[in-house]
Ligand binder design. Structure first.
Ligand code: ADP
Ligand code: MG
Length: 280
């Protein structure tokens, strides 16, 4: 099985491909409630993520990260601005192009891991043989070869989240959006899952936008980090992360990593928002 965005499948040389935006947001704003009288959650958000990039959005809780993810996934309409995904305006959910992974695994409790991964493919009317092959392929990729027939309650929290990642990957989307996917997991499992995600990204070269409030996680994984501030939620800086790849856990102790972490820390805490509470 070929991953979604191989050079061979797109037919476009790598140096050209890397300049194509998979998603581009321009002037995005979101006001909850009545415009003018409601709560302005996001203001004038603009950015682009290129094919094959690993991007992170970081910011204190309440700065509008999940709101932004809902706009980018087409689950909620914006008040201002526009989103273009793979050259087309986004007007609603687009499961063929965008897969979304939330903090909680949201699996169907009566279906096995395999059936959960197959389910969206069934809805897309992908034939039985292909959906089985795809589901097995991606469950193996996330390390669940031996757990495909387990029900969600027979799996650990980390394993359930792996199933939901496999389910997202199996859709072979152009963009994988993840909203604090490891937020509910313990620190050790979280680090392991981050490593695993890096390996999967290196293998598939998928375009990923991960939302997190962990600076370490953001720096460890990303090519580019967008730092957000609250009230109203906005992007305050784009930081390119040129740490060498492939990365392993040792990079976290490097001087370069420390410098980047410091810079982001100051950017986020100097905003006088919830970031000052040490939540980062
Ligand atoms: N449906 C909603 N109605 C009104 N306000 C909301 C709604 N959802 C979120 N908010 C508010 O918008 C702000 C941003 O929330 P959210 O996007 O969840 O932030 P984050 O994910 O960064 O923690 C918060 O102040 C939150 O209370
Ligand atoms: Mg959130």
């Amino acid at each position: 099985m070929k991953p979604a965005l191989t050079e061979a499948s797109s037919g476009i040389p790598r140096q050209v491909r890397t300049t194509l935006p998979v998603i581009e947001a321009s002037g995005l704003g979101k006001t909850y409630g009545n415009p003018g009288a409601g709560f302005e959650a996001l203001r004038d958000i603009s950015f682009r993520i290129e094919e094959g990039q690993f991007a992170c959005l970081v910011g204190p809780s309440g700065c509008g990260k999940s709101t932004l993810l809902q706009l980018l996934s087409g689950l909620m309409g914006s008040t201002t601005g526009e989103i273009v995904v793979a050259g087309e305006h986004l007007t609603g959910p687009s499961p063929d192009k965008i897969a979304v992974i939330f903090q909680d695994a949201t699996l169907l409790p009566w279906k096995t891991a395999l059936q959960n991964v197959e389910y969206p493919l069934e809805i897309k009317r992908i034939d039985r043989k292909e959906r089985r092959e795809r589901a097995e392929h991606y469950l193996r990729m996330v390390g669940l070869a031996d757990f495909m027939n387990r029900l969600p309650h027979e799996l650990s929290g980390g394993m359930r989240q792996r199933v939901s990642i496999a389910r997202g990957l199996a859709q072979e989307p152009k963009l994988l959006l993840m909203d604090e996917p490891y937020g509910a997991l313990d620190e050790q499992t979280r680090t392991k899952m981050g490593d695993e995600l890096l390996r999967i990204w290196e293998e598939t070269r998928l375009t990923i936008l991960l939302i997190t409030h962990s600076l370490t996680e953001a720096l460890y994984l990303s090519d580019v980090v967008y730092a957000m501030a609250a009230r109203p939620g906005r992007i305050i800086e784009r930081v390119d992360i040129n740490l060498p790849r492939p990365r392993n856990i040792d990079v976290i102790g490097s001087t370069e990593f420390g410098v980047l972490r410091n810079r982001l820390w100051h950017l986020l805490t100097d905003q006088g928002t919830d970031g000052g509470s040490g939540h980062l």
